[in-house]
Design a binder for this molecule. Structure first.
Ligand SMILES: [Ca+2]
Length: 189
C-alpha cells in the first residue's frame, strides 16, 4: 500500500518522475451534482492488446460497447470477467465521468492494476502505467486543486490474459497514512 507521507514528500521533488501539474488557464468545471448519476460510465472493446495506446487505434474500427456503470474502482477478480464486461480476457475499457475534489491542495492518486492503465483528470495526464504486467501499483500522480468541484475524469484500461485488477486510490490534501480507495461518493457520470 502507498503511504501518504511519501506522496507529500514526493510532491516537493520537482524531478522525481511524477506526473504533476497545476491548473493553468483552464476554467474549472461547474457541473451541478444534481445533474450527475452515481458511479462511472464504461464501454468495452474486445481485442487482445499490449499497450494502452492501442485503444485509440481500435476505436477507429470497432464500436465501444457500453457496460453497467462502475460504482467505484475496486476490482481484483482473478480470472473472472473484467469489470462489467462480457469477457475475462482481451478487454479494453474506456471509463469516464467526474471526480469530486472538495479540498484545495495536492491530491495524490495511484492505481493497482493488471494490465495497463492511464488516468486523466480535467484533460491532464496524472497516471500512466501503460503496458502488460501483473498486479502492481503505479507511480503516484499529483493533482493540484485550486478550487473544489467536480472534475472530468477519463481512465483507459486493458486486460490481456490471465488475471485482472483495477483499483483506484487517493490521498486528499492533509490526509496522512495509507491511501484509501476513492469512495463511490466522489465519483459520478
Ligand atoms: Ca492480466
Amino acid at each position: 500500500m502507498r503511504n501518504l507521507s511519501a506522496v507529500q514528500a514526493c510532491a516537493l521533488v520537482v524531478a522525481g518522475g511524477l506526473l504533476a501539474w497545476a491548473p493553468g488557464g483552464r476554467a474549472q468545471v461547474s457541473t451541478a451534482a444534481t445533474d450527475l448519476k452515481p458511479g462511472l460510465a464504461v464501454c468495452y472493446i474486445y481485442e487482445f492488446v499490449r499497450h494502452i495506446d492501442e485503444i485509440a487505434e481500435w476505436e477507429k474500427y470497432k464500436d465501444c460497447k457500453p457496460g453497467e456503470p462502475l460504482a467505484h474502482l475496486d476490482s481484483r477478480v482473478g480470472k473472472d470477467k473484467v469489470l462489467t464486461s462480457e469477457s475475462d480476457d482481451g478487454v479494453m475499457a474506456k471509463i469516464t465521468g467526474f471526480i469530486h475534489l472538495d479540498t484545495p491542495g495536492a491530491y495524490g492518486f495511484t492505481f493497482e492494476s493488471n494490465d495497463g492503465v492511464r488516468l486523466e483528470i480535467d484533460g491532464k495526464l496524472i497516471i500512466e502505467d501503460p503496458d502488460v504486467h501483473g498486479d502492481r501499483y503505479s507511480d503516484i500522480g499529483i493533482m493540484e486543486v485550486a478550487k473544489p468541484g467536480w472534475y472530468p475524469l477519463a481512465i483507459k484500461y486493458f486486460e490481456r490474459k490471465n488475471t485482472s485488477t483495477l483499483r483506484m486510490f487517493w490521498g486528499p490534501p492533509g490526509v496522512e497514512g495509507t491511501m484509501p480507495l476513492v469512495p463511490a461518493e466522489a465519483l459520478a457520470h
